[in-house]
Design a protein around this ligand. Structure first.
Ligand code: ATP
Length: 234
């Protein structure tokens, strides 16, 4: 579904990605794990074209993303839930959700999608009229994911959905991601919560200082010595 070949990227003179290769197959949950500054977010930003891509190729459903404008990337079904949530604080929950369905071709699905995300996140239904900015961190994260789902993603990109959430909420969010995946949405996740994210992933990539150093199935990596020592403190 998504295939990245030899992606290199620099912010000005600072080179941050070195020959990154990564694949996501339809139906998978794939996670990119790694420490602060490893280049995980930058990889996602190259995919969703939030930055001008560096060298290498990124193909999605057979299309070269380098030839598409950012809005065309979204219309192709590749939707990013940004780090730090970035919901619209002065809009209500319902208004935020509606903003997610301005993607071309999705407006007709709006009512059905609202019903779907309310089923996934009953809390959002209860808080339908509340202003986004007054919601708790966990609720805002739910809203950001729900808003992404309103655009009918084929592939949902998530940057650190567990950031700043309590352990219980983190588990809750990851369980919901598993549920969304079972309903047919492929997921590419960037995470520092290595244990919880590997637990739900079919496959994962480990990035260190801008390079992919290890890849494998989620459960294989959870049992890997380097991962256990460097990321799980065992
Ligand atoms: P984190 O989890 O902390 O976001 P990350 O693995 O996602 O880490 P990136 O955000 O991709 O890492 O950052 C990779 C490197 O690029 C870091 O050294 C960071 O300081 C640098 N960097 C990130 N954004 C910019 C920017 N806009 N301008 C210059 N350098 C940047």
């Amino acid at each position: 579904m998504l295939r990245i070949d030899k992606l290199n990227f620099a912010y000005g003179d600072l080179k941050v990605l070195w020959d990154v290769d990564l694949e996501v197959h339809e139906g998978e949950i794939v996670t990119v794990v790694g420490a602060n500054g490893a280049g995980k977010s930058t990889t996602l930003k190259n995919i969703s074209r939030l930055v001008r891509p560096g060298s290498g190729t990124i193909r999605f459903l057979g299309q070269d993303l380098g030839r598409l404008q950012p809005h065309q990337v979204v219309e192709a079904g590749l939707i990013q839930v940004p780090e730090g949530r970035r919901i619209f604080p002065e809009m209500t929950v319902m208004e935020n959700l509606r903003m997610g369905s301005y993607v071309k071709g999705t407006r007709g699905d709006r009512e059905r999608n609202i019903a779907w995300v309310f089923e996934l996140f009953p809390r959002l239904r209860e808080r339908e009229k509340q202003l986004g900015g007054t919601m708790s961190g966990g609720e805002q994260q739910m809203l950001a994911i729900a808003r992404g789902l309103m655009g009918n993603p084929r592939l949902l990109l998530l940057d650190e959905p567990s950031l700043g959430l309590s352990p219980l909420l983190v588990k809750n969010i990851f369980d919901i991601l598993t549920g969304i995946n079972r309903q047919g949405v492929t997921i590419l996740l960037v995470e520092q919560n290595v244990y919880q994210s590997l637990r739900i992933s079919h496959r994962a990539y480990v990035m260190e200082t801008g390079r992919v150093v290890l890849t494998g199935q989620g459960d294989e990596l959870l049992a890997n010595d380097h991962i256990r020592k460097a990321y799980l403190g065992m």
